[in-house]
Design a protein around this ligand. Sequence first.
Ligand code: DGP
Length: 132
Amino acid sequence: IFCKIVAGEVPCFKLFEDADTLAFMDINPVHDGHCLIIPKAHYPTVFDIAPEAFAAAARTAIRLAKAVNDAVKPDGLNLVQSNGKGAAQSVGHFHLHVVPRQMDDGLLVNWDLTPGDRGHIAEVAERIRAFL
Ligand code: DGP
């Protein structure tokens, strides 16, 4: 669907466009100002995306985050990016969400700050380093 939006075959509430990225309003907004930034090229997830394409999307996301913050004046703002079913990704074209937040809005992207087991954290870090 996002490739069709890029191609102009499906309409969107376009906010910004440059050579490599497109920003438009999310049609299922969690709050006013919820919008999406996508690379125009098709990459399903962060596991596939070219670093330059992510960098281009990040550049656009900074610009959009500031504009949304100025226009909507939320209490805070999250950048969210989801990959795979378990992360609730519903559109298989890499995208960054700009999500304005309200105090106590109950959105479930937050978690309680519970100190982790340092030994376990170190062990998981070691497993990740093996793949870097
Ligand atoms: P995610 O669930 O993280 O993959 O986010 C996909 C978002 O895309 C979701 O918030 C709803 C939005 N969305 C799905 N289809 C369309 C569409 O056709 N147009 C627009 N503007 N947004 C869409």
